[in-house]
Structures are given as structure tokens and as C-alpha cells.
Design a protein around this ligand. Structure first.
Ligand code: SF4
Length: 375
């Protein structure tokens, strides 16, 4: 199982909370697509002939690309890599880009078969707080048009914990999602990252700050309501009907290998992790592809153990002590089993066979629990 991620750093405007490598422009568009194609050719052996099951256009706003540009990139991937029949090809899209003609072209002309739409909220005051470029009408019509154009594998993003989002409105956001009968939802708590406009504005007193208690209330509602509507919480922020788990993100969570292309993208081949430069001028300007790698690290067994614990605990597949013993040895397994006992006692973790899972209560403390288990 292997995946390819392509980072498209263009956006129409910068959302206040965003700390991804993206900018409000489409400068160097042609050179950027050429540089991506070039990087693909140079990295064709990175996955060592593993079958590619997923291709993911993330960003930024990949729906700012034309269908011709998407097609060019996809075709190059199909030429250079062994792409499995029925592979999942996802495009992240913003609602304001999804009109009838674009969706019809995506469906009929490119091989994109899954859309991830950045809705975030169905209420104008939240979209305004976040500085999203789209409005509520576009949020709704993008979903309706995508369904109408035959996209059945659809996911949307919703953000909770926004200071302007009341409990009632959060419940309504979820009700609207359920009413569309979509098979997948990604839902994240709003976090205030350093070096974002939101952080600066909160510090200046221009925006309301995020409240932890509000996020906790919203998360509890999210777990209850998605459960009542038969969605599986297969990763702490992801909810799906059976058969619609994100294959691409599952690669990250299950320790699979992936190749990341474009500025700021990162790649993992089981032994090492590497990052491309977060700088468009350098990305398109470097003469050799090796120069666009900003950082590379060989993971120690301890780092790999910590990553496994951190990601597996967040999933419905759980953290498996048998796997830990087989891969990291008896001592690591005993360390994990001893350290996790207090969380079982506090009903934050439950054990079934050799596997450990976070309970609903435990999901509120996922990061703290995982770090208490680290080597
Ligand atoms: S659309 Fe996405 S990538 Fe672009 S600024 Fe907003 S959150 Fe960041």
C-alpha cells in the first residue's frame, strides 16, 4: 500500500487560522506545474515499485488548478508508477471553485473519483471569523452539484470550537451534513497556531479567543451524533460509512509509505522522512531535484515506536501490543503495557485481546495519553 501526495500551495485568500504552506496568489503557475512534473520523473523510484493505491491533491486549494493541469499531473503519475486499478484519487476543493462545468470536467475528463470539500461551517458568522472565501450558498450548492455530477465518494470538512459557533448551530451543521447522506466527514477543533493572522488578532483583542470547554462540548456532540447516524469514528477526527474510509489518510495512520511532491510536502519510505522546501521560488528555481529537499531524518526505533503509538491509538484499529513486541521487542511492549495501566483504570483506554483503544472520554486526552506512553 503506497500513496502519492501533491501539494498545491495556491489559495484565493488566506484563512485567518491557516498555518499550511499556501499563499493568496497563483503566481508562477506554469513553472510550478512543470516543476511538479519534473519532480515526479526524478522521484519515480522512491516507492520502490510498490503499487500506488491513492493519489491525493492537497493544499492550498487544488481546485484552483484547471482540469487540464490536473490531467497532466495524473497522466504523468500513471506513466511513471504502477497505479492499482480502482485507486482512490482525491482532490481537495473549495466550494467557490465547484461549478457545473468544472465538476463535469473533473468527472468525465480527469480520473479524480473522490472530492474533499472545505465547507467548515454552514453559518456566515463562522465563515467570516475564519476568513473563508466562500459563502453559505456556495457551501450548499457545491455539495449538491458534486452529488448531481455523480461524485459518490465525497467528504466535507467541518470545524468546531469556533467562538461564534453556538451549540445549537453546531448541531445544525451536523444535521445539514447528515441530510446530504454523504459517506465521510472530517471534523477538527479550531486551534490557534503561532504565526497565523488569528493568533495576532486574538493577541490584539480584535477577535474572540477559542475556549477549550466549548471545543470539548462540541466534540462530545460530534461523537454522539455521528454514532447515532451510523458513522464509524475510524480516526479521532474522521467519520465514515463502511467502505468509505479515506485510503490515503489510512496510509499515514497505518505506517504505509508515501511520496510527497510540491513545496513543503513530505515523504516517508519506512526508514526515513524528508521534507521539501516551503518556498515556491526555490521549488521552481532549483536546478536539481535533490536541492529541493530541505530536511531528511532517519528515524530511530524509539521515534518509530512513538509514531506508532501516537497514530494507532487515534484509530479504530487500535494500538496492538503484539505488533509492538514483533516490531520493537519485548522491552518496548512491557513499557507500553505498564504505562497504559493508569489510563485503563481511569476508563480512558479499553483493552480487547492484545489491542488498546481510546474510549470516548480518552479521545479528549489523546495527545497526553500517547505522550505518556512514549519511549
Ligand atoms: S483554503 Fe485551506 S490552505 Fe488555503 S488558506 Fe484556507 S485553510 Fe489555508
Amino acid at each position: 500500500m503506497a500513496g502519492i501526495y501533491i501539494h498545491i500551495p495556491y489559495c484565493k485568500q488566506k484563512c485567518h487560522y491557516c498555518n499550511f504552506y499556501s499563499f493568496a496568489s497563483s503566481q508562477f503557475r506554469e513553472q510550478f506545474v512543470d516543476a511538479l512534473l519534473n519532480e515526479l520523473s526524478h522521484r519515480k523510484n522512491y516507492l520502490e515499485n510498490a503499487k500506488v493505491n491513492t493519489i491525493y491533491f492537497g493544499g492550498g486549494t487544488p481546485s484552483m488548478l484547471s482540469t487540464d493541469e490536473i490531467n497532466k499531473i495524473v497522466k504523468r503519475i500513471f506513466t511513471l508508477f504502477q497505479v492499482e486499478d480502482g485507486a482512490e484519487l482525491t482532490l481537495e476543493a473549495n466550494p467557490d471553485d465547484l461549478n457545473e462545468a468544472y465538476l463535469a470536467d473533473l468527472k468525465n475528463y480527469t480520473s479524480i473519483n473522490r472530492l474533499s470539500i472545505g465547507i467548515q461551517s454552514f453559518f456566515p458568522q463562522d465563515l467570516q471569523y475564519l476568513n473563508r472565501v466562500h459563502d453559505v450558498r456556495q457551501a450548499r450548492s457545491s455539495i449538491e452539484l458534486a452529488v448531481g455530477n455523480g461524485f459518490t465518494n465525497l467528504t466535507i470538512d467541518l470545524i468546531y470550537g469556533i467562538p461564534t459557533l453556538t451549540i445549537d448551530n453546531w448541531k445544525q451543521n451536523l444535521e445539514i451534513f447528515f441530510s446530504y447522506q454523504l459517506p465521510h466527514l472530517s471534523s477538527y477543533s479550531l486551534t490557534v497556531e503561532p504565526k497565523t493572522a488569528l493568533n495576532t488578532m486574538i493577541k490584539k483583542g480584535e477577535m474572540q479567543n477559542v475556549k477549550e470547554q466549548q471545543s470539548i462540548e462540541h466534540f462530545k456532540i460530534l461523537l454522539n451524533e455521528t454514532g447515532r447516524n451510523a458513522y464509524v469514528n475510524y480516526e479521532i477526527s474522521n467519520f465514515a460509512r463502511e467502505g468509505y474510509y479515506s485510503k490515503h489518510n489510512s496510509i499515514y495512520w497505518l505506517g504505509g509509505h508515501y511520496l510527497g511532491l510540491g513545496p513543503s510536502a513530505h515523504s516517508f519510505n519506512g526508514k526515513s522522512r524528508q521534507w521539501n522546501v516551503s518556498n515556491m521560488r526555490k521549488y521552481i528555481g532549483e536546478e536539481t531535484v535533490e536541492n529541493i529537499i530541505e530536511e531528511k531524518e532517519i528515524l530511530t526505533p524509539g521515534q518509530r515506536f512513538n509514531e506508532y503509538v501516537m497514530t494507532s491509538l487515534r484509530t479504530s484499529w487500535g494500538c496492538d501490543s503484539e505488533h509492538i513486541q514483533n516490531v520493537f521487542g519485548y522491552k518496548a511492549m512491557r513499557h507500553m503495557e505498564e504505562s497504559i495501566k493508569e489510563f485503563i483504570r481511569d476508563r480512558k483506554v479499553k483493552k480487547e485481546g492484545s489491542k488498546y483503544y481510546l474510549t470516548g472520554e480518552g479521545k479528549l486526552f489523546a495527545d497526553g495519553i500517547a505522550s505518556a506512553l512514549f519511549l
